[in-house]
Design a binder for this molecule. Structure first.
Ligand code: CO8
Length: 218
């Protein structure tokens, strides 16, 4: 986990999201269309050529590595490349967690891109979403980022593609460890549950630099 200061105000955040969220949604639509399209090969070939052109255009100016999690001066995080929640990551469903007292919830629509067995959600995708939700749940409660130390998942019955709801709840804390229970439901009820041991790491690379930069900024 790396802290990086991006000194922008809420209006600038909204301006950026107003551009990238619709783009990301369009690419999600593209992914779904590629998986399910039954057009002929010539149309698929033309589509590939046009997509390659767009990719080349976007690659003219790129960040090195991943998107990271830049933070504003008031420590609002912008993890827009995150695989589960990223607002500019077309792979992310995206999960948009909401946090209450010790409880975090989120709902997603999982379509063809998240299929494992035919018509059913891939178990790894469920583990990804559970991992993110338990991480945010523990981090929100203690107001410090937590890493997943151990996540044990029980797949109770197959999860149908479509709407999936998740709920995580802190069940205890012990020093730097926070224990979280998590459940997944499809339209017919609970399909998987899990237990997580979340750990607040001792160090956060870059954190001191960000806090110092904030302190220096009038
Ligand atoms: C807001 C952000 C939300 C994002 C959510 C996304 C969730 C994620 O995907 S996080 C990424 C996946 N997880 C990781 O990459 C973690 C990789 N592991 C690590 O970085 C380290 O091993 C870490 C941080 C978990 C523990 O390291 P460290 O702080 O040095 O642990 P250490 O001091 O040895 O142990 C502290 C305690 O935790 C326990 N512990 C350590 N590792 C584990 C583990 N893997 N599982 C369970 N318990 C553990 C120890 O037994 C010890 O307990 P006690 O105090 O009772 O003896």
């Amino acid at each position: 986990m790396e802290f990086r200061l991006e000194d922008i105000d809420p209006d600038e955040i909204e301006r950026r999201l107003a551009v990238v969220e619709p783009l990301t949604d369009s690419v999600r639509g593209l992914i779904d269309a590629v998986i399910r399209s039954e057009v002929d090969d010539a149309v698929l070939d033309r589509a590939r050529a046009r997509i390659d052109e767009i990719t080349a255009e976007l690659r003219v100016h790129q960040k090195p590595g991943g998107y990271g999690t830049p933070f504003t001066r008031d420590l609002r995080g912008m993890p827009w490349g995150n695989a589960a929640t990223g607002l500019r990551n077309p792979i992310a469903p995206p999960l948009r967690p909401e946090h209450g007292a010790g409880v975090s919830t989120g709902s997603v629509h999982l379509g063809a891109a998240y299929e494992g067995p035919g018509g059913l959600v891939h178990g790894g995708v469920l583990a990804l979403l559970m991992d993110q939700l338990v991480g945010e749940c523990a981090s929100t409660i203690v107001n410090m980022p937590h890493f997943t130390g151990t996540l044990t998942v029980r797949y109770l019955r197959p999860t149908k593609l479509g709407r999936v709801d998740l709920r995580a709840e802190v069940t205890g804390t012990q020093d730097r460890k926070t224990f979280v229970h998590v459940e997944v439901r499809d339209r017919e009820g609970v399909t998987a549950d899990g237990e997580a041991i979340m750990i607040r790491p001792k160090d956060f690379p870059g954190r001191d630099e960000v806090l110092a930069a904030i302190a220096r900024t009038p």
